[in-house]
Design a protein around this ligand. Structure first.
Ligand SMILES: [Fe+2]
Length: 301
């Protein structure tokens, strides 16, 4: 598995490398820094007068979930968050005419056993492709505050080409949107929503924990097995992630190999063009439809 740091490779070559399992680590860019600062501003305002990194020491998990259920959507739908992603992608060499992104998520990982479900879901090992992501999807992940190896996320590279028995055959993205997504804030102690999980024991080691500075980002294939690292630090981790697909790859069905995903539905309705926020052309989206979208409405961001 190749890890490229601050690579100046073209986006066309970079994507092909990502589809072969490579990770790209980017140094801070202006657009990415603006996105992180916007997230800092929103979470600091939401937790004020407490500091977001240590607010869990004073707040009940219920109160914390309530705060997150307001600030997370606020960040996701903030007009400046899309604008800064556009800036960031342009700075990092993506052709905005052909690059489509979904709205950024604000994630949290609290220390110890504090708030692990629902709105602050601690992700078990998974591939996004178990969750109806296309094989050309590229994940972008960035910390909002200084990151430590005790509270980041991890990739599990041995599973890049090793199938995992999993529950993806029971997952449909359109059904998830219709039934489960919006109830996240109610799941404070446990999360009973059905999500695709490994159905065999997973060897988490060797794992790759990437620690980049604020404004830095890493890019990896949606087909990589990855998870939230159990937070053994004393501070909460706040991070941003979003996903991209590139039109040529969507149309030509280029991407990582499918070795074990059996979900139905598609997230293709979520991506917005880098220039004008239009959805993918109908003919591109049609290649990924399997009929389940007519049972549940095709999602919109
Ligand atoms: Fe993921």
């Amino acid at each position: 598995m190749n890890i490229y740091v601050d690579s100046k490779m073209s986006d066309d070559s970079r994507r092909m490398e990502v589809y072969r399992g490579a990770i790209f680590v980017h140094l801070p860019s202006q657009g990415a820094l603006k996105l992180c600062h916007l997230a800092q501003e929103l979470v600091e305002e939401a937790f004020s007068p407490l500091h977001p990194l240590t607010a869990h020491e004073k707040l009940s998990a219920e109160k914390c979930a309530e705060i997150l259920s307001v600030v997370k959507p606020k960040f996701i739908h903030h007009p400046r968050s899309k604008q800064y992603i556009q800036e960031m992608l342009k700075e990092l060499g993506c052709n905005l005419e052909k690059t489509y992104f979904d709205v950024p998520r604000l994630r949290t990982a609290f220390p110890g056993d504090y708030l692990k479900s629902g709105i602050a879901y601690a992700f078990h090992p998974h591939r996004d492709t178990w969750y109806s992501a296309p094989f050309c999807q590229i994940n972008w992940w960035m910390p909002i505050y200084d990151l430590r190896c005790e509270n980041c996320m991890a990739l599990h590279p041995r599973y890049w080409n090793q199938p995992v028995k999993n529950g993806s055959s029971g997952y449909n993205y359109h059904r998830w949107n219709a039934e489960s997504r919006y109830s996240a804030a109610q799941h404070v102690k446990t999360d009973i929503r059905i999500q695709p999980r490994p159905e065999e024991s997973i060897e988490l080691e060797p794992e790759v924990r990437m620690v980049c500075p604020v404004g830095g980002a890493y890019q990896f294939s949606a087909a990589h097995l990855h998870s939230t690292v159990p937070n053994t630090s004393s501070v909460t981790r706040y991070s941003i992630d979003f996903r991209t697909v590139q039109l040529d790859d969507v149309l030509n069905r280029i991407g990582a190999l499918n070795i074990d995903s059996a979900c139905t539905g598609t997230t293709m309705g979520d991506y917005l063009r880098g220039t004008d926020l239009c959805q993918l052309p109908k003919e591109a989206m049609a290649l990924y439809l399997d009929g389940s979208e007519s049972v549940y409405a095709l999602s919109t961001p």
